[in-house]
Design a protein around this ligand. Structure first.
Ligand SMILES: [Zn+2]
Length: 268
């Protein structure tokens, strides 16, 4: 596709995307956030917990907005505050659609807050729950891919996992694909000269139905027209129309999140 602003096959009103990883509970005005996203064709939101303190506001979000799906879990940064009872109680709710965000992070500042041993303990509890309850998992990983892949190998490809916000080498992409991983692409795709897009482009035949989009919004404003810019750059990279990109991400989402409550709302 040329780099101009006409997008063949872009006329269908029904075309919309799902933001597969954000912390919508952090929005000062979630309704306004949803309105602005909808104007850019993003009309469904997988809202992640960072820690157990977020659960109450996530359930409130779900009550207010039919277009949200909620994930409960504990980010490695909060592993020292993980409340297992609150996590297990939350999982009894039929409104919980997945587990996240969870994972491992070996940056020195993070290790000071939670040792790798503690992060692994908290991650294992969450992965076991995901396996037992057949829930998708949104994974965070920084500098700990070897450890994460070792944990995942215990489940022999039977977990539905999505790596969020990573910038993997081709070898890592291949290793995660062996675990049937999905990848959600976000702000990194808009960083000039970032190698992410060329790596994804090179592997697009394998990744065609494995890519999702995300903002990882955490309360700090996104750049203007963030979603419109992201979807356009992905169309341009993979030489797709907007409708084709929607269809491909929808196919990935259908496999990643097959048990989500039906989504009927056409506009928020
Ligand atoms: Zn996040």
């Amino acid at each position: 596709m040329s780099g101009n602003d006409s997008w063949p096959g872009d006329s269908a009103e029904a075309v919309f995307f799902t933001d597969c990883h954000l912390h919508l509970q952090c929005a000062p005005d979630p309704e306004e956030f949803i309105r602005q996203a909808a104007a850019q064709r993003v009309r469904r939101f997988l809202a992640m917990a960072a820690g157990t303190d977020d659960f109450k506001s996530l359930f409130e979000l779900k009550r207010r907005f039919a277009c949200t799906e909620i994930f409960v879990g504990c980010h490695p940064q909060q592993a020292a505050c993980f409340d297992r009872r609150a996590f297990e109680d939350a999982l009894r709710s039929p409104f919980v659609c997945g587990i996240g965000e969870c994972g491992l992070d070996k940056r020195p500042a993070l290790l000071q807050q939670a040792s790798l041993k503690l992060q692994l303990e908290v991650l294992r509890i969450q992965l076991e729950a995901a396996y037992l309850l057949d829930l998708p998992v949104s994974l965070h990983c920084v500098r700990a891919h070897g450890e994460l892949l070792a944990e995942l190998s215990r489940f022999k490809g039977r977990l539905r996992i999505c790596l969020h916000g990573i910038n993997p080498s081709p070898e890592l992409l291949t290793a995660y694909l062996r675990h049937h991983a999905f990848f959600s692409v976000g702000p990194l795709a808009l960083v000039p000269d970032c190698a992410l897009l060329s790596r994804l482009k090179n592997m697009y035949p394998e990744l065609r139905h494995r890519l999702l989009i995300e903002s990882d919004f955490d309360g700090k404003p996104l750049c203007a027209d963030y979603y419109a810019k992201l979807t356009k750059v992905l169309c341009r990279t993979f030489n797709l129309t907007m409708v084709e990109l929607t269809e491909n991400t929808a196919a990935a989402l259908e496999e990643y999140l097959p048990h989500a409550l039906p989504f009927y709302s056409t506009s928020p």
